[in-house]
Write a protein that binds this ligand. Structure first.
Ligand SMILES: [Fe+2]
Length: 489
């Protein structure tokens, strides 16, 4: 909006901070602060004037907001849905900060965030929360209320932040409006999710590092290919709208700002030399699912296509090069779909997972082996159930050594209440001896990482279809330094 008049003293008809505040992308000396002005979130332009608006922000070193250590002004532009992505730097490592926005005479809710440890210094312990799949219609976001109270350094979101489909009746909650195709429709869907008080609490309590899966655009889409039979040119427009709405609503850096139907999301977060998190994008660059994209099929020749892509060439090179030079004790891949082979019944697999992309999976495992990557840990979402799996050198040969450990987190809401064990789960455990755990109830993971051990706590609720469920650590698994594989404790 070069040359557009910036309104430094806007007047709002209602509170413009109804979507809450967030922080993300922490570094040793800073983070991104996010908000999106929306006094009337479901009206045209979210009730905002068609002009850029000045938004002031302030960072303090105390919860009482009295010791100001950084402040500035950002422009909330109508072309970006009046979102704010303020990049703050020059702060101290490894400590909490508090922040707040002001626009016109209105003050935002207060948020707390945290910088990363200094690279040179030793880090004794890091704790991260791992979440995914929050289908609003299937339940309440009670898990986020619990997550807001966890003692963690970072929340990693593995995707399905929104679901794109139109509202259905007879569910615990209902999506407003139809299936999302346009920018306005995706913006309104984010607004509905972000008005949830529990989700706002989790954003206001911790910095987040986010990546998306399919439902931020369309179920099971792959690269530029349609997910549900939409023509490819329509898919390009839809992806452009969906990616922009994603950027507008997430605490991402300006480097991730979309360019048409493209967004740059793969990146690393380092906690000193203790932990490197490689945040991956397994949707944007992948080739179409093979074997007619079946959910439960025998694997056809296409699964072994050398040209098939899960990460795409550029992301694969970036990942393997980074893993090759990493000095981190624990090297994590935070990504979406299950990596370990998973027979749903005898010789029946889901083609949307890494099972449909055998050559990219072999390249990944070979990269971990050849580069002698120290302690590879894979974090996955997408499946809505909690699992633990071990990934073998030849994934389907149980006699080969374990190369990596995969911790798969269940959903915040998707699939509703669920139950601890199901026939589906019994089949998974029967056909896949490298799967060590199954639970079809909702929740998230808390990972505690020290130089000697990785521990994953499975934080589980027994219901989400009504509010108020308590949370418990249902089970914990550990991986010891130098010993891939998971042991229940
Ligand atoms: Fe999902």
């Amino acid at each position: 909006m070069c040359g557009a008049r910036i309104n430094a003293a806007p007047r709002f008809l209602d509170n413009p901070f109804k979507l809450g505040v967030a922080s993300g992308e922490p570094t040793q000396d800073g983070f991104v602060l996010w908000t999106r002005l929306a006094p009337s979130p479901f009206d045209e332009m979210s009730g905002m004037p068609l002009e850029p608006v000045a938004v002031e922000w302030q960072v303090t070193s105390d919860e009482g907001m009295s010791k100001v250590v950084a402040e500035g002004s950002a422009i909330a532009d109508p072309t970006m849905g009046h979102s704010v992505h303020a990049e703050v730097s020059g702060l101290e490592p490894h400590r909490h900060y508090w922040y707040q926005f002001r626009a016109g005479g209105e003050i935002s809710p207060k948020g707390r965030t945290r910088t990363l440890p200094a690279m040179g210094g030793g880090v004794d312990v890091v704790r991260i929360g791992v979440v995914s799949c929050q289908k609003y219609e299937h339940g309440y976001f009670t898990g986020f209320q619990h997550l807001s109270r966890e003692d963690i350094d970072l929340v990693v979101h593995l995707g399905d932040y929104i679901y794109e489909k139109k509202g259905k009746f007879n569910q615990p909650r209902t999506h407003r409006g139809g299936t999302c195709y346009t920018l306005e429709e995706y913006r309104a869907r984010y607004a509905q999710y972000k008005m949830d008080a529990d989700l706002q609490a989790a954003h206001a309590a911790h910095p987040w590092a986010v990546s998306f899966d399919d439902h931020e655009v369309a179920n099971d889409y792959a690269g530029a290919d349609e997910g549900n039979g939409d023509p490819a040119d329509e898919m390009t427009g839809r992806r452009t709208a969906a990616y922009q709405a994603y950027y507008e609503n997430m605490p991402l850096r300006r480097a991730a700002k979309t360019n048409g139907p493209y967004i740059s999301l793969f990146r690393r977060v380092y906690f000193g030399n203790l932990l490197a998190i490689n945040i991956l994008d397994t949707r944007q660059y992948r080739s179409e699912q093979p074997c007619y994209a079946g959910k439960k099929v025998e694997r056809c020749d296409e699964v072994f296509d050398e040209k098939a892509a899960m990460l795409g060439m550029a992301q694969e090179k970036w990942l393997y090069d980074g893993l090759g030079v990493s000095r981190a004790r624990w090297n994590t891949l935070a990504q979406q779909v299950i990596v370990a082979p998973r027979q749903l019944a005898e010789n029946r697999y889901s083609m949307d997972k890494w099972d449909g992309y055998e050559m990219p999976r072999r390249r990944l495992i070979r990269a971990l082996e050849e580069r002698r990557v120290r302690n590879p840990i894979i974090l996955s979402g997408d499946n809505h159930r909690h699992y633990v799996a071990e990934i073998k050198s030849k994934p389907e040969d149980q006699e080969t050594p374990i190369i990596a450990t995969e911790y798969i987190g269940g959903s915040i809401a998707s699939r509703g209440d669920g139950s601890e064990m199901t026939n589906y789960g019994r089949r998974i455990l029967k056909f896949n001896p490298h799967f060590k755990y199954f639970c079809d109830q909702r929740g998230y993971l808390v990972c505690t990482i020290t130089p000697t051990q990785w521990r994953t706590d499975y934080r589980v609720m027994t219901y989400v279809e009504r509010p108020g469920a308590p949370i418990e650590t249902r089970v914990s698994f550990v991986t010891q330094d130098g010993h891939p594989g998971a042991t229940k404790v």
